[in-house]
Structures are given as C-alpha cells and as structure tokens.
Design a protein around this ligand. Structure first.
Ligand code: ATP
Ligand code: MG
Length: 584
C-alpha cells in the first residue's frame, strides 16, 4: 500500500472546497477578471481552430485542453473550428482525424462545429466594405516585389504604385479577381494600413489571394481565398468568441487582428491572448516535419506509436486522462520552453498504475523445468488484478512443471546486488512458490537454453514456514499455457533532446534514432489475455505498461510498450557503467 502523499500547501485551507483551487495561470486570471467585471456580459467563449493539413499532435492537445478546459471552468462554450483557408494543403482525412482526436481526448463542442469556409461570403462582404472605406486595394505587384517593397527591420517599406487606385477601380478589380479573370499570383488584395509601421504585419498585409483550386468544402465556388489573419479575426467575431487563445508566434499579428476587428462591421469584439507553444524533448512538433517523416517512411504512419501525434500516443497506449493530466502539469506560460518527455511518460505511468490490470508476461523467455514438480499437474494460482484497485478482483493463472522466466532474471554469475536467479540461488515466483536453480543446460555455443530447478511445496503462500528469506520475486508463465505474442518496444524517435534546433544547423532527420523500434517475437503472456482486444491496456508485471495493437489478428496478439516501469537494476548498471567510463 502506498502511504497517502502529503497534502499540498493550497489544500490545507479551512474551506471545504479549497482542495479544488489550483492557482490560476495568466490566461485564467485574465478571464476570471473579465468575468468579474462582466466584460462580454460575463460570458466566456473560446474555440480550438486547427488547420486541417495534418494530424493533431501533443502541442495541439495542450491548446485543446486549454480552450475546452477554460470554457468548462467558467461555464462557457468552446467551438471546434476548422481554419480551412488554404485549399491546396487540406484534406477530409485530416478533418475526420481531428474530430476523432478531440473527442477521444474527452471534449465536445456540443454541435458547434464550424469552418472558416462557412464565413467566406461574409468575409467577402466585409472586404468589399473595406474597399469602399478606402482601407483596402488591389495590388499588381508580384509576391517577390511585395516582399521587396516591404522593407526591413531598420528601413520602412515602400508604397506600391497601385496603392492609390480609386475605390471604383478597386471594387471592379476585386470583383474580377473573384470571377476568375486573373491567374494565381497576378493580383492580390491588400489592406491599406502603414508601410512605415515598425510592425511588418501592418505594412499593407495581403488580405486575399488568387488560388484556382478546389476547396474540400466550397468546391469551385471561390478562386480567391482570404488570408489567415483576417479570416481568423472575423471568424472569432462572428462566433462571438470572447477570448481567442493562440500561440506566441501570433503576438506580432495581434495589431492586425485588432485592426480587422476595428475596421470591419463585425458583431463582437474578441480579444486575442497568446501563450507559449508546447515543445517536447526527443521529438519534433510541427505538422510539416511530421508529414515529412510519414512521407519518407521513417515511421509507419501518422499513428506510429513513436509519433507525438494524438493518434500515435493513443496507439502507444496513452489514455486521454494521462494526456489531460500532462497538459495540466505543463501549465500555460508566456515563454517558450522545452518540456521533458519524461513528464509525459510519468503522466501515463501514474494513470495506468491506477487502472491497468496486471498480467504476467515474459518478453525474452528462458525455459525452466521444475524437476520435483509432478509431471502433468496444473494448479491455478490466484493473482490480484490490480493492487491499486481492489474492485478489479482476482484471476487464476495456471502453474505447471515447465515455466518461462525472463532471461534477464537469471545470471550464471551473479554480479553484486543482483538478487535474482543464479545457480544455487532461491527466488520467489510471483504469487507462487520459492524456486531454486539447481542446474543449467547450454547449447553448443555455450548459451543457456534451460534451467533446472526445484520448488519448495511449503512456500505456496509466498513465504517459507522455516523463516527462510529470498531477496527477489520474479515473474513467470506456464510454458504449456502461455500465448505466443509479438511485442514492440519503442524508444525515442530522435537521439538528441531538441532535433529541430541543432546549433550547427543540421537537419532534424539526421538525428533519427535507428533503434527507436525493437520487435520481439516469441514472447509469452498468460492465457487470460486470449480475449484481449486492440486498445486494451495492461501492466506486464515488472516490465511496463503495454497496449494491444490493432495489428493483432485472431490468435496472434501484438503488444506495444507504452512506457517502462522504473527499473532499479538498469539504473544501477547504468550508474556503474558511466562510473567505469568516467574512470577510464
Ligand atoms: P504546426 O506548427 O504543428 O503545424 P499549427 O500552429 O500550424 O501547428 P494549427 O492547426 O494552426 O497548427 O493549430 C491549431 C491550434 O493549436 C492553434 O491555436 C495553435 O496555436 C495551437 N497549437 C499548435 N501547435 C501548438 C503547440 N506546440 N503548443 C500549443 N498549442 C499549439
Ligand atoms: Mg497554423
């Protein structure tokens, strides 16, 4: 039994509900303040606005947990909105997977599923109004010229020669752009703001561009598409979003966001607030890079269990609860930082420890023959399913004369502090008897192929009536009853903590870990798993948490390792190893 953790400082108040109160992050503080002062009538409305050009990753999960979480906490609403303004990169496959991932994480938009493309008509109307107000113009400069005219950090931009077209001419040209009279890139519509602004985003940003491309929702209705900045601001305002939470890279775009809100006849005034993106060690966190890994075949797909995508983490065995817990633990900050992936793994461990049933499994089997155990006898050993959850009950596991144990649990010559099986040494078999190694069988190469052992029938309770002690308990399966399964062990996808940010500018793909996947065949698991289904999670005792992979076929299970348990021996060995290296 674990002793209860000491109560955190904040939980020791006298108020009965004070344990619920965690300190507010800066976003929640702003929102709480707005609610208190009845801004927006005290209403809170957020949205999660993915672009359907890839699968969601753990960074998006942070944003989802923040947006939906804030709405829940303040009795507000959170919309799911597809930011589908770029017809060439978007796909329904992505739309479907995003919907599925948000649901799987445990959030619901209660029917408020929107698309930026729902607003194309309104955005167009507002834009016509901007032209009428003299605040937008059609520009004939090419993309390169526009970039050149934009100036630099130290030099102001230059005005386009087309900047002062008349309202009538602009209206007519914009109409003709819409009617498809011009080729891609031939003209754009720009906001007329300030070419000398210290903020690049205000140097007459492009509001519309020509793209002769079919859109996955609006088909061929449009050949001009609004840009992210105006679309996002207008979409927020049309949906009555009160707090538009986005990542830090949009901080410099906020003046433009506000400009759009102020200059278009929008029905509400949302406020944009930026927070730091989540970055995780040993992975990359950009849809473009993840797509690249998928397309190059470095991973088996978006849902490869090594991917930081929601579908990948799910296939790896993560629970939605563990991901939400992780999001809470990393919190919301104003500064970019790199979060240790161990924190994510720890969230998984903590959650799975509570809920995952324990089973016996042997990854690298070593045959054990118990010479004094009656041939043909089988007995049922009753084992607790989950010591953390008494309601989960017990199950019966067959025990017989021939077992498999883990190769690692035996050493012919036991080093110091290795307390498991060795010739002449006695250990406890989990839930069963004491077992003593009396002999070793080897093949021609000298590799150990089988252990000869004896058991003590008086130790079934797990202890010896004569008070004899053993220092280790090892796991086992009955050879005749165990299921033969495959197990996939996953390691970090990259060999360095921050592959996308190498100080020598090397490409992140140079740091792919060639050993990130190890496939074990011929593993053995206890027969109770015969009915396990893809997605079932369990703890293999002493080995880690595992999940049944969808690649499993009837009669042939495939397991993915979600995360290891803490292995003290590995740590000792590692510490010794590094000490040896350090001393050499
Ligand atoms: P990527 O850079 O991975 O392609 P993105 O920002 O282009 O991501 P969007 O689909 O536009 O992806 O993101 C949807 C929402 O999720 C946005 O509000 C975005 O700010 C947020 N988001 C994206 N990546 C992260 C991250 N790493 N941490 C937190 N929030 C993120
Ligand atoms: Mg984006």
């Amino acid at each position: 039994m674990k002793s209860p953790a000491p109560e955190p400082e904040s939980a020791r108040g006298t108020e009965p509900d004070s344990a619920e109160q965690t300190p507010l992050d800066f976003i929640r503080e702003i929102i709480a303040d707005d609610v208190r002062t009845r801004k927006n009538g005290g209403r809170v409305a957020t949205r999660f606005p993915p672009e359907p050009n890839g699968y969601l990753h753990i960074g998006h999960a942070k944003s989802i947990c923040l947006n939906f979480g804030v709405a829940q906490e303040f009795g507000g609403t959170c919309n799911l909105r597809f930011d589908d303004t770029n017809p060439t990169k978007e796909d329904v496959e992505y739309v479907d997977s995003i919907i599925d991932s948000v649901h799987w994480l445990g959030f619901d938009w209660e029917g408020r599923l929107y698309h930026a493309s729902d607003y194309f008509d309104t955005i167009y109307e507002y834009t016509v109004q901007l032209i009428k107000d003299g605040k937008a113009y059609v520009d004939d400069l090419t993309a390169d010229e526009i970039r050149e005219y934009r100036g630099t950090l130290t030099a102001p931009g230059r005005e386009s020669p087309w900047r002062n077209r008349s309202v009538e001419e602009n209206l007519e040209l914009f109409e003709r752009m819409k009617e498809g009279e011009f080729a891609d890139g031939e003209k754009v519509l720009r906001a007329k703001i300030d070419m000398a602004s210290p903020n690049f985003n205000l140097r007459d940003p492009v509001l519309y561009r020509i793209r002769h491309a079919s859109h996955h929702r609006t088909g061929d209705k449009w050949c001009i598409y609004p840009m992210y900045d105006n679309t996002h601001a207008i979409s927020d305002a049309l949906e009555g979003i009160t707090h538009s939470l986005c990542t830090l890279e949009f901080e410099d775009h906020r003046p433009l966001y506000d400009w759009v809100i102020e200059n278009c006849p929008v029905p509400s005034r949302p406020r944009q607030i930026e927070f730091a993106r989540l970055n995780l060690t040993y992975t990359v966190m950009s849809k473009r890079k993840l797509l690249d890994l998928v397309q190059r075949g470095d991973v088996a797909g978006w849902d490869d269990p090594r991917m930081p995508t929601i579908v990948g983490l799910r296939r790896r065995g993560y629970t939605p609860e563990s991901i939400r817990d992780f999001a809470t633990r990393v919190g919301v900050a104003k500064r970019e930082n790199l979060v240790h992936v161990e924190l994510l793994e720890d969230s998984a461990r903590e959650d799975l420890n509570r809920r995952a049933p324990r089973v016996l499994a042997v990854l690298r089997p070593l045959r054990v023959v118990i010479e004094n155990y009656p041939e043909g006898q089988v007995e049922a050993i009753e084992l607790v399913n989950n010591p953390e959850d008494p309601a989960s009950g017990t199950r019966r596991v067959p025990f017989s004369r021939v077992l498999y144990i883990e190769q690692d649990d035996f050493r012919e010559e036991a080093p110091p502090k290795f307390y498991r099986l060795a010739p002449g040494r006695e250990v406890r078999l989990r839930g069963a008897y004491f077992l003593k190694c009396t002999g070793v069988v080897k093949d021609e190469q000298g590799a150990v192929t089988e252990l000869r052992c004896t058991y003590d029938p008086a130790t079934r309770s797990g202890s010896s009536p004569d008070g004899r002690k053993v220092k280790a308990t090892i796991h086992w399966v009955s050879a005749a009853h165990a299921l033969d399964v495959d197990v996939r062990l996953y390691d970090r996808l990259f060999t360095v903590p921050n592959p996308a940010d190498d100080k020598d500018g090397r490409d992140y793909k140079e740091f792919l870990n060639p050993d990130s996947l190890e496939v074990l065949t011929g593993c053995r698991v206890e027969p109770s798993l015969a009915t396990a289904k893809p997605g079932d999670r369990m703890q293999f005792e002493r080995l880690g948490y595992f999940v049944v992979d969808p690649d499993s076929a009837p009669g042939h299970l495939v397991f993915n390792r979600t995360v290891t348990l803490r292995d003290t021996w590995a740590r000792i060995e590692k510490a010794q190893g590094s000490r040896l290296r350090a001393g050499s």
